[in-house]
Design a protein around this ligand. Structure first.
Ligand code: KG4
Ligand code: ZN
Length: 360
C-alpha cells in the first residue's frame, strides 16, 4: 500500500511517499526557518503562510521525483495534531482536497506517535506488537509513554513546564546563539567543559518520578550569565557596538566570552542529556519491557544518542533511535505510521492543536 504522508505541524512543509509502512520512496521537505530566525522563534502566521505558498510545488516535485501518478497512491495520511493551529489547518485542508479530488481514503496521524514510529520503521528487528517505553523530545513536547504495540499508549510522565527542545532554544537565546537553539548548543558545547557548571533539574516526588521540569535549569543559566556579567570589567560591559539593539538578554550575551558560552552550553547539554537518559531507562526498567524507542528533533543531538546507546547497552535495554533525517519533522514518519491507522471520514477530520500523545 502506497501512502502519501503530509506534515505541516510547525515550520516544515514535509511530504513523503511510503510503501507498506516502511519503504520510503521519496521525501520532500522545505522549512520556513530562515524567515523566523530574526524573531528568535517560530512565528505562527509566517509558518502557515509558507505552507500555503510551497505545498503544491513540493507535491509536484515529490510525484515527479518518484515517478508516481496520483492513481498509484492508495491513501493520504496527514498530521492532525498536535502543533500550531494555522499550520496544521493548511496540511489538513490540503489533504482533504487531495482525498476528495483523487478519491482516496484519508487518515489523521498523531505527530508525537509518528515521531516514535520513525525509529521503528527503520528497524525491521523491532516487532511492532511488542511493549516498550517511548520517549518523545521535540520543540513543543516531552513525554514518556508505555506503548503496547503502536496503537496503544499510556502516559508515564511529561514536562511540567518547558519541552526539552524549548529549553535548548531558550538557553541558546540567553547565550546569544542562533535559532533553533539545539544544533547551536550542540556545536558550541564541543569546545566547552561539561563539568564546569552544575545545572541540575529538580527531583520529582515518587508519584511523579517520570515527570520533567526544565524551567529551573533555564533560570540557573540566566543567573550564571548575570553573575558572569557582574564579574566583567565595566569598560568591557559598555563597549558593545550593538548596545542599543535587541533585548536585554541579547545585549548581555554580546559581552560573554566564547569560553564562558562554550562551558555553559556544554554543562547545560550534559545535565539535560543525563536527566532525559536516566529517566527513560528508569521507565523502561520500571515497566519491565526491556525496550526503549526515542523520537523527536532533540534526538538529533549526538551527545544524547551516544549516552543513550551506552546506558542501554549496559542495562541490556534494546534501543531504537531514528536516523538523523527522521528525527526532526518529516513526511516519511507520517506516511509510514498512516499505513497502520484506520481511515477517517474526510468530512470530520480536523486540526487538533493540543492533541495528547496517548490519543489517536
Ligand atoms: O521534532 P521537531 O523537529 O519539531 C517539533 O515537533 O517541535 O523538534 C525541533 C526541536 C527544536 O527545539 C530544536 O532546537 C531541537 O528540536 N533540536 C535539537 C537538535 N536538533 C534539533 N536539540 C538538541 N540538539 C540537536 N542537535
Ligand atoms: Zn515534531
Amino acid at each position: 500500500m502506497l501512502v502519501l504522508g503530509i506534515e505541516t505541524s510547525c515550520d516544515e512543509t514535509a511530504l513523503a511517499l511510503v510503501a507498506d509502512g516502511r519503504r520510503i520512496l521519496g521525501t520532500q521537505v522545505a522549512s520556513s526557518l530562515r524567515a523566523h530566525q530574526r524573531y528568535g522563534g517560530v512565528v505562527p502566521e509566517i509558518a502557515s503562510r509558507a505552507h500555503v505558498e510551497i505545498f503544491t510545488y513540493e507535491l509536484e516535485a515529490l510525484l515527479a521525483a518518484c515517478r508516481i501518478q496520483p492513481n498509484q497512491i492508495d491513501r493520504i495520511a496527514v498530521t492532525h495534531g498536535p502543533g500550531l493551529s494555522g499550520s496544521l489547518l493548511v496540511g489538513v485542508a490540503a489533504a482533504k482536497v487531495l482525498a476528495l479530488a483523487w478519491r482516496k481514503p484519508l487518515v489523521g496521524v498523531n505527530h508525537l506517535q509518528a515521531h516514535l514510529y520513525a525509529a521503528l520503521m527503520e528497524h525491521p528487528d523491532c516487532a511492532l506488537d511488542d511493549s516498550r517505553v517511548g520517549l518523545v523530545i521535540s520543540g513543543g513536547h516531552t513525554a514518556l509513554v508505555r506503548m503496547d504495540g503502536i496503537r496503544r499508549y499510556r502516559l508515564l510522565g511529561q514536562t511540567r513546564d518547558d519541552a526539552v527542545g524549548e529549553a535548548f532554544d531558550k538557553v541558546a537565546k540567553l547565550l546569544g546563539l542562533g535559532f533553533p537553539g539545539g544544533p547551536e548548543i550542540e556545536r558550541t558545547a564541543q569546545n566547552g567543559n561539561p563539568k564546569k557548571y552544575r545545572f541540575s533539574p529538580p527531583q520529582m516526588k515518587s508519584g511523579a518520578r517520570y515527570d520533567f521540569s526544565f524551567s529551573g535549569v533555564k533560570t540557573a543559566v540566566l543567573y550564571q550569565v548575570r553573575e558572569e556579567m557582574r564579574r566583567r570589567p565595566v569598560v568591557l560591559r559598555q563597549a558593545c557596538p550593538e548596545q542599543s539593539r535587541g533585548t536585554q538578554h541579547e545585549r548581555d550575551a554580546a559581552h560573554l566570552s566564547p569560553e564562558f558560552v562554550a562551558d555553559v552550553a556544554a554543562s547545560f547539554q550534559a545535565s539535560i542529556v543525563e536527566e532525559v537518559v536516566m529517566k527513560s531507562v528508569a521507565a523502561a526498567s520500571g515497566a519491565r519491557v526491556g525496550q526503549l524507542v526515542v523520537g523527536g528533533g532533540v534526538v538529533a543531538n549526538r551527545s544524547l544518542r551516544q549516552r543513550l546507546a551506552t546506558v542501554c547497552a549496559d542495562l541490556k535495554i534494546q534501543l531504537a533511535v531514528p536516523s538523523m533525517n527522521l528525527c526532526t519533522d518529516n513526511g516519511a514518519m507520517i506516511g509510514g505510521f498512516g499505513f497502520h491507522c484506520d481511515p477517517d471520514a474526510a468530512k470530520v477530520l480536523t486540526a487538533i492543536p493540543d492533541l495528547r500523545v496517548e490519543l489517536n
